[in-house]
Design a protein around this ligand. Structure first.
Ligand SMILES: [Zn+2]
Length: 238
């Protein structure tokens, strides 16, 4: 038996042992996954829809921002729909204290983005900030957890001190797009322009719906000179 096979066997046995001690759980239903790297159990996996859009330079994500704000690249990991397993996972991440879900999704997406040229040579990963009051209530920023996971896989630092939220956004469902944009404008503030001047940043959020939040964050980042921006989210509404 050659050495690599022995090593592989040891690593497999070790993973089985780890599985017994700490089973890897599905991020939507907490059932067991069939591998340590998997996010969903087999049953949930059949019901989620990865977008694979990171593989295309022009995609639904970049299309969303065309004519609004220039971005180098953009991608969401999954399609989002009501009642879906992705909605369930995001709900656990946002409202049930399951912050590790954000880290695990980020690590997984980071592995996919690592091989894509447009997502290489990043200087910082910046999460869409929560208002400090909301962060205290929730205990963490779900987008920062996603950023943390991405940071592990992409070997690029994530920073929560570059962009901050100064205004709490009120519910936006009754407003049209222009009103929503006005509402969210100036909700963010650039704290460390010195850090991002001339850099390439990845702006990340949990979900892309209207794009107003990401657009407003990107505009705030662009208050400094020569900053190139790409964007990534866990999900996109289809
Ligand atoms: Zn499941």
């Amino acid at each position: 038996m050659d050495l690599s096979l022995i090593r592989k066997n040891i690593s497999n046995s070790f993973n089985c042992f780890l599985d017994l001690l700490y089973p890897n759980l599905c991020i939507a239903c907490e059932g067991r996954t069939h591998g340590r790297e998997e996010l969903f159990c087999l049953s949930c996996q059949y019901q989620v829809h990865p977008t694979y859009m990171e593989q295309l330079k022009e995609n639904e994500f970049t299309q969303h921002f065309k004519g609004r704000i220039p971005i180098v690249a953009g991608a969401s990991l999954y399609y989002y729909s009501k009642g879906s397993k992705v909605q369930k996972a995001l709900e656990l991440l946002k409202y049930r204290g399951e912050y590790e879900i954000g880290i695990r999704i980020g690590q997984h997406f980071g592995k996919l983005l690592k091989s894509i040229e447009a997502f290489q040579n990043l200087d910082y990963i910046i999460p869409v900030p929560l208002h400090p009051k909301r962060k205290i209530q929730r205990g963490y920023n779900q987008s920062a957890q996603f950023a943390k996971g991405l940071s592990d896989s992409l070997a690029c630092p994530y920073r929560e001190d570059i962009l901050i939220r100064t205004k709490e956004t009120i519910t936006q469902t009754t407003k049209n797009r222009i009103e929503r944009n006005q509402n969210i404008q100036s909700a963010f503030q650039l704290k460390r322009p010195d850090l991002i001047k001339g850099s390439y940043v990845l702006l990340v959020d949990d979900i892309l719906t209207t794009g107003a939040t990401l657009e407003s964050c990107a505009l705030t980042l662009q208050q400094t000179e020569q900053v190139a921006i790409s964007m990534a989210t866990i999900a996109i509404t289809s």
